[in-house]
Design a protein around this ligand. Structure first.
Ligand SMILES: Nc1ncnc2c1ncn2[C@@H]1O[C@H](COP(=O)(O)OP(=O)(O)O)[C@@H](O)[C@H]1O
Ligand SMILES: Cc1ncc(COP(=O)(O)OP(=O)(O)O)c(N)n1
Length: 263
């Protein structure tokens, strides 16, 4: 069985973070493992509190997994602070996993900072160059390059080019927050490709970014090429949003088991 490891934060409500990633891996038939960086007290309405784990225990989790198990793909989500980022980068350089999908999580949909402001430049310097692909949403893409607001597909292409210059092997700028269809822009230094799906009108989009990036990691773990992996992940997120769950009083989660149980 193929394996995937998520390095991310825990979401107590189960819609985003580690919990969304593990559900996504399972739904793809991939064995999931986790390195927890932070614990969030969060629900469908807001993030109440965040507590970071120490760099020591983050490093120990990484050593425990990599020293024993073959990791076919890694997904990185919420990494919270500079010290956590440094130990993650150090261990990934040591263990050299074949694929690293980096979702540069910065702010929750409910508006809570999940990346400390002083950690942004450390993430750019230490993690972007290690990434097989980085998957910013519009806000994150704007923050990575500090070049104004992105409001068009052309703007997404320009941002993808500038983020590519920071060192990852490829970039997928997600257009979930743009108007119109859900269009994501891919750039690998050679060509652009757009991945398009119809926009689904729903408030239940908690964890969409986590779900997409861990679906890409699952497809890469199974040996698919990058563009094929994105295509598969885009089909998956479309189903997961279409059958998203009205759980809680706010923005409900994506549905990972829509093939079997529709809501
Ligand atoms: N309402 C929607 N209908 C269809 N696809 C969506 C919708 N919202 C987001 N997506 C897709 O979900 C994925 C995650 O995008 P996005 O919501 O922008 O990420 P994030 O959760 O990081 O903000 C992207 O592929 C995006 O195009
Ligand atoms: C623990 C944790 N990690 C990441 C996120 C952000 O998830 P994302 O899929 O980008 O979008 P929202 O869940 O914020 O809608 C999170 N909230 N918690």
């Amino acid at each position: 069985m193929k394996t995937a490891l998520t390095i991310a934060g825990s979401d107590s409500s189960g819609g985003a973070g580690i919990q969304a990633d593990l559900k996504t891996f399972s739904a793809h038939g991939v064995y999931g493992m986790s390195v927890i960086v932070s614990i969030t007290a969060q629900n469908t309405q807001k993030v109440e509190e965040v507590e970071d784990l120490s760099p020591r225990i983050i490093g120990a989790q990484l050593d425990a997994v990599f020293s024993d198990i073959t990791v076919d793909a890694v997904k990185i989500g919420m990494v919270s602070n500079p010290e956590a980022i440094r130990v993650i980068a150090e261990k990934l350089i040591q263990y050299k996993p074949k694929f690293i999908v980096l979702d540069p999580v910065m702010v929750s949909k409910s508006g809570y900072d999940l990346l400390q402001p002083e950690a942004k430049n450390v993430l750019i310097e230490k993690l972007l160059p290690l990434a097989t692909i980085v998957t910013p949403n519009l806000f994150e893409a704007e923050r990575l390059i500090n070049n104004g607001e992105i409001t068009t597909i052309e703007g997404m292409k320009e941002a993808a080019k500038q983020i590519y210059a920071l060192g990852p092997q490829a970039v997928l700028v997600k257009g979930g927050h743009l108007e119109g269809d859900a269009v994501d822009v891919f750039y690998d230094g050679k060509q652009f490709e757009t991945f398009e799906e119809e926009r689904i009108e729903t408030k239940n989009t908690h964890g969409t970014g986590c779900t997409l990036s861990s679906a890409i990691a699952s497809h890469l773990a199974k040996g698919e090429a990058l563009e094929e992996a994105i295509e598969g992940a885009k089909t998956y997120i479309q189903g997961a949003i279409r059958h998203s769950l009205s759980i809680g009083h706010g923005s409900g989660p994506t549905n990972h088991f829509f093939q079997w149980f529709k809501n």
